[in-house]
Design a protein around this ligand. Structure first.
Ligand code: SAH
Length: 250
């Protein structure tokens, strides 16, 4: 059986309990060595075979899964949560064709790790109730209608994956789409890793900030007024507001 497992954003203790159990029982582990913290592998059992998929093609990954997947426990780690920029679907579809069973264990995505690093809440009342998770267009094209310039029009909270090396263009597009130049932004490098770093800036200084600090990969860019101090308090915990679990205290 193949187990796709979200490895979390970096800190090895941010894997789920289910993921850790699968890791401890695995006969074979495939992991994306460019992003999954190798410290996680310390939880494997003796004799477990380990493959770093960073230099492998999809065909090579599938060949390992096909060889081992019918009678061994195979864990395929993806960084963060596998459902985001994980290239997991093409593997699942191939396994369906090969009649090899699999399951998926979610993980803590880097965007959650980044919010923790920032001590931030992405969805503040009266500020933004929407989080746009996206990426800049680079060598991977972005569908029409999802260009940064179009998404920027909403001025919602935005989290950009895979974009730290493209910030001059990102900045230009965000500004062209309507974020005011002084909109707060933060670049979170290696969220939850021991060498995590946070760089606060504004939309019009994103490129300069990344360049000055030598950040071009393993970083998320977050944008929006959620990074400021002004917001309305939540109604959920407001004494004058009734809801299904509590009457208003008048
Ligand atoms: N599935 C992953 C994302 C994989 S795409 C998830 O849910 O987090 C890889 C991109 O994720 C990187 O280029 C970077 O933008 C971001 N990323 C992954 N780990 C990160 C971390 N610890 N801190 C900041 N960004 C990270």
């Amino acid at each position: 059986m193949i187990h796709f497992v979200g490895a979390g954003p970096g800190a090895p203790d941010l894997i789920t309990l289910r993921g850790a159990k699968l890791l401890a029982e695995a006969d074979v582990i495939l992991y994306a060595g460019s992003l999954v913290n190798p410290a996680l592998l310390e939880g494997r059992k003796p004799g477990c075979q380990v493959y770093n998929t960073a230099p492998m093609t999809l065909e090579e990954v599938l060949a390992v899964m096909e060889r081992a997947g019918k009678n061994c426990e195979v864990v395929r780690f993806h960084t963060g949560d596998p459902s985001l920029y994980g290239a997991i679907r093409e593997q699942m579809d191939a396994l369906d064709r090969l009649n090899i069973p699999y399951d998926v264990t979610p993980g803590v995505s880097a965007f959650s790790g980044a919010a923790a690093a920032l001590h931030a809440e992405y969805t503040l009342p009266n500020v933004s109730q929407t989080v746009i998770i996206t990426r800049a267009e680079g060598r991977t094209p972005v569908p029409e209608g999802e260009k940064l310039r179009d998404l920027a029009r909403h001025q919602a909270t935005m989290v950009l994956f895979l974009s730290a090396g493209l910030l001059p263009k990102v900045q230009e597009e965000l500004l062209a789409g309507g974020y005011p130049p002084d909109t707060p932004a933060a670049i979170v490098y290696k969220a939850t890793w021991p060498d995590e770093k946070v760089f606060y800036c504004t939309v019009d200084s994103l490129a300069e900030t990344a360049e000055k600090n030598g950040v071009s990969r393993t970083a998320l860019v977050t944008v929006g007024r959620f990074l400021e101090g002004h917001y309305a308090r939540s109604r959920l915990y407001d004494p004058t507001f009734s809801h299904g679990w509590r009457e208003a205290q008048l």
